[in-house]
Design a binder for this molecule. Structure first.
Ligand SMILES: *[C@@H]1O[C@H](CO)[C@@H](O)[C@H](O)[C@H]1NC(C)=O
Ligand SMILES: *[C@@H]1O[C@H](CO)[C@@H](O)[C@H](O)[C@H]1NC(C)=O
Ligand SMILES: *[C@@H]1O[C@H](CO)[C@@H](O)[C@H](O)[C@H]1NC(C)=O
Length: 217
């Protein structure tokens, strides 16, 4: 009986060695995808009506899908980029359920309508938010002021209305702001980086006023 122990131990050892060689090789081919990210992306695809543009969004290996990128360190979705294609519908709240997003870039999609979802304010790692040349309506959600890492906020050429929310003065890392060619109105809130932006950041709106534009009447 005693002599079987080392033999069994060796076999166990060889099995571990075998698995140790095989498993990493197969994993490196199949990039992982977090199940929560997978679920959110499939909800986004469904919300846009399963368009041809997102036809690659099938199976479980979401890091290899078109229009998204995964961060190499944790295999979480960190970029969503869709442009110049036929996509219609509203930006779904499911985008707010991709917590590792650092970049959202949706541009030149004239059939994307409806509001900027307030839940985008949950995306604490977001540093780049471009939603331009869409047909977005409604007002800029105050929750965007929670995006403390944001360096670029570009929503030019939409149909956005209302005032610029005061909360945007809290975006201390903002480097590029483009709210031009919308229908925004009212006094530009004073504070943060909002007065450091060029007047062109605010141009071609309905009735914006105050620095860096001319003072309100
Ligand atoms: C916008 O997208 C359309 C295709 O949907 C393309 O034909 C057009 O050139 C794009 N416009 C710009 C300015 O890129
Ligand atoms: C927008 O929708 C209209 C009507 O459904 C369609 O004819 C047009 O091709 C769409 N344009 C784009 C760029 O998706
Ligand atoms: C979308 O915007 C374009 C201009 O960018 C405009 O010509 C078009 O009528 C708009 N479509 C809708 C559905 O609002």
């Amino acid at each position: 009986m005693m002599s079987i122990q080392p033999y069994g131990g060796l076999r166990h050892h060889l099995l571990l060695l075998f698995l140790g060689l095989i498993i990493p090789a197969s994993l490196s081919k199949e990039i992982k995808c977090h199940p929560d990210d997978l679920k959110a992306l499939l909800r986004i695809k469904a919300a846009f009506g399963n368009p041809y543009t997102l036809a690659s969004w099938t199976g479980t290996n979401c890091c290899s899908w078109y229009c998204v990128e995964c961060k190499s360190t944790n295999h979480r979705i960190n970029q969503l980029t869709i442009f110049d294609t036929e996509l219609s519908g509203q930006i779904p709240d499911a985008v707010g359920d991709l917590p590792y997003l650092e970049m959202i870039d949706l541009n030149n999609l004239s059939n994307v309508t409806g509001p900027i979802p307030a839940v985008l304010g949950k995306l604490k790692r977001l540093n780049f938010l471009r939603l331009n040349y869409l047909n977005l309506t409604g007002s800029i959600p105050p929750s965007l002021g929670q995006l403390k890492q944001l360096t670029l906020l570009d929503v030019n050429n939409n149909q956005l209305t209302g005032r610029i929310p005061r909360e945007l003065t809290g975006l201390s890392k903002l480097y590029v702001l483009d709210l031009s060619s919308n229908q925004l109105c009212g006094k530009i809130p004073v504070g943060g980086k909002l007065q450091a932006m060029p007047p062109s950041s605010y141009s071609n709106n309905k009735c914006l006023c105050g620095a860096p534009l001319q003072s309100c009447k």
